[in-house]
Write a protein that binds this ligand. Structure first.
Ligand SMILES: Cc1cc2nc3c(=O)[nH]c(=O)nc-3n(C[C@H](O)[C@H](O)[C@H](O)COP(=O)(O)OP(=O)(O)OC[C@H]3O[C@@H](n4cnc5c(N)ncnc54)[C@H](O)[C@@H]3O)c2cc1C
Length: 541
């Protein structure tokens, strides 16, 4: 289908390119969404803020960045050719290779021609009369389409705490999620890292070996578990290539879309020695098995959770030589798994080095950033470099940073002020033909993102085949879904922690469960049922 240039009736006089669909974001979700919509025969344009494809794997270039999903399960499953052509080098692949992979996909399927890079969408306005979405980039360029798909990511809106004096620092500042392409040289430098989440846990052990001195400012210690990465042997590579259908089938059946599945026994009904033996066995395994292959009630039963949490605390204590430092690194105020478990390689050993200092900012809070460094309540530390590993305004942030206006000019940001309001995580009432292509289930991202994109694509195909022109959820279906999603959150221990899962890492952000805490198969089945029943809960016109 051809695109055309027209003048916009809604805003100003500049030329406005016309498409059938606009996709925002060129990460794993946006690339696949572009591919699928193009397959339907739609004229699609993808706008991406970054200068290349990859999303997460384009922006997060800090040393040590990698995924904690097994490589063979994180890659796309939708092209047999791609599966056979691509060789993963490591069991848990690093950022450079992940970026290469997504560039390979973009070239292999000729996606780049429909992507406009360095193009941040600043607003999206629904023109009810014309049934078109009009987006405007920061450059002022505008475009229109019947369908708008936001594939903007759950962890793409970076967050830097508004420290007083932040711009006064005379040294170099980095945010881990906007890391420069050129290698940062830390040799002999006095470096600060603020934050000890999954990103910092990957970064710290690597730069500790390079810097002159490293000071880590920690607010909350995490339960970090060994990653146990390694190179992929040619035997393993061949085995994956021969069994990808089985691998993907398994991932579609397990609760979190990994190869791991929970042990069906109740933790505390298993004799202590047997429990400990299982914990040790899990601990020795790579990846998230210690979490997702553990007893099934670990995320719902506080006592069961505490049993494993104490096992992890002792593992931490055993690795840190100074008992005072060890206790600071031991989490005591939240259940295991209620915050994202960072997987690590030599993280705790970094604190055994003479050139690494841990500062607990709950004891001595950061008061301000100064021209020379960081002033806490007890002293000023001087630095050449400050690294902000302070995370993201997760899940909702990338959406609410766009000024999205639905029917009657309704503001998306206002509508979501108290937390996400969706039906099935994919649409919100009053914003017809606006789809949210981010995976908000607790699961191995690409596996679940593919299901979301497939559902959206099938929905658009259905509309076109049945001669409908717009779709939006009923307010009642949305309300019931919000209630259901919030209720699911209360069944788990997730709400026991302050975390990005709950939005509580961002001051002033309303505390609400941001992810859908059901199993991935249950979520997929519900979405499929709704579609089979002619998109029950949606208004089709
Ligand atoms: C460091 C890190 C490690 C991770 N590790 C894992 C892991 O081990 N396993 C796992 O399952 N998941 C992991 N994740 C989650 C990860 O985000 C997903 O796996 C996945 O990459 C998300 O893909 P996406 O396409 O949905 O979003 P993203 O990759 O975030 O892509 C969204 C894109 O949208 C663009 N965008 C946003 N707003 C706009 C706008 N207004 N205008 C234009 N463009 C815009 C962004 O620039 C970005 O490129 C990790 C995330 C991070 C940050």
């Amino acid at each position: 289908m051809a695109t055309s240039l027209e003048r916009s009736p809604a805003a100003g006089t500049g030329p406005v390119e016309q498409f059938d669909a606009i996709v925002i974001g060129a990460g794993v979700s946006g690339l696949y969404q572009l591919y699928r919509l193009r397959q339907l025969g739609l004229a699609v344009r993808c706008y991406e803020d970054g200068g290349g494809v990859g999303g997460t794997w384009y922006w997060n270039r800090y040393p040590g960045c990698r995924f904690d999903s097994e490589s063979e399960t994180y890659g796309y499953s939708w092209s047999e050719e791609l599966l056979q052509e691509w060789d993963w080098k490591e069991h848990f692949s690093g950022q450079p290779e992940n970026e290469k992979y997504l560039n390979y996909v973009a070239d292999r399927f000729d996606l780049r021609k429909d992507i406009q890079f360095n193009s941040r969408v600043k607003s999206a306005v629904y023109d009810e009369r014309a049934n078109r979405w009009e987006i405007e980039l920061e450059s002022g360029q505008r475009a229109r389409a019947q369908f708008l798909v936001a594939a903007v990511g759950i962890l793409s809106a970076r967050y830097t705490p508004p420290f007083e004096g932040i711009d006064s620092f005379k040294g170099i500042s980095y945010h881990t999620s906007r890391w420069p392409k050129e290698k940062a040289d830390f040799t002999g430098k006095r470096v600060a890292v603020i934050g000890t989440g999954a990103t910092a846990v990957q970064l710290i052990p690597i730069i500790a070996k390079e810097v002159g001195h490293l000071t880590v400012f920690q607010r909350t210690p995490n339960y970090c578990a060994p990653l146990r990465n390694g190179l992929v042997s040619s035997e393993a590579q061949n085995r994956w290539k021969a069994t990808y259908p089985e691998i993907h089938k398994r991932c579609r059946e397990t609760p979190a879309a990994f190869m791991h599945d929970f042990d069906p026994r109740n933790t505390l009904e298993v004799p202590k020695e047997e429990r400990l033996a299982l914990y040790e066995e899990l601990w020795a395994q790579p990846g998230f098995k210690k979490w997702l292959g553990n007893f099934h009630d670990i995320m719902t039963n506080r006592e069961a959770n505490e049993d494993f949490a104490e096992f992890v605390r002792n593992k931490i204590r055993a690795r840190v030589k100074d008992p005072v430092v060890a206790e600071k690194l031991v989490p005591k105020d939240h259940p295991f798994g209620s915050k994202r478990i960072p997987l690590e390689t030599e993280y705790y050993e970094a604190y055994n080095r003479d050139n690494v200092l841990l500062v607990d900012i709950k004891e001595t809070p950061i008061e301000r950033i100064t021209p020379k460094g960081i002033k806490t309540s007890d002293k000023e530390y001087e630095f050449d470099v400050i690294i902000y590993a302070t995370g993201f305004d997760a899940v909702t942030g990338a959406l609410t940073r766009i000024d999205i206006r639905g029917e009657d000019g309704q503001s998306f940001k206002d509508k979501w002020a108290n937390g996400p309001r969706t039906y099935l995580g994919m649409q919100t009432a009053g914003f017809p033909n606006f789809f949210i292509a981010i995976n908000s289930a607790f699961c191995n991202y690409t596996v679940c993102a593919e299901s979301v994109v497939d559902w959206i694509t099938d929905c658009i195909r259905y509309l076109r085949e049945k001669n409908f022109t717009r779709i939006a959820p009923t307010p009642e279906a949305e309300e019931a879904w919000v209630e259901h999603a919030n209720q699911l959150g209360t069944y788990t221990l997730l709400s026991d922690a302050n975390s990005w899962f709950m939005g509580s890492n961002i001051p002033g952000k309303k505390r609400a469960i941001l992810l859908y805490a059901n199993t991935a198969p249950a979520y997929r089945q519900k979405c499929a049922e709704v579609a089979t029943q002619g998109y029950e809960g949606f208004i089709l016109q």
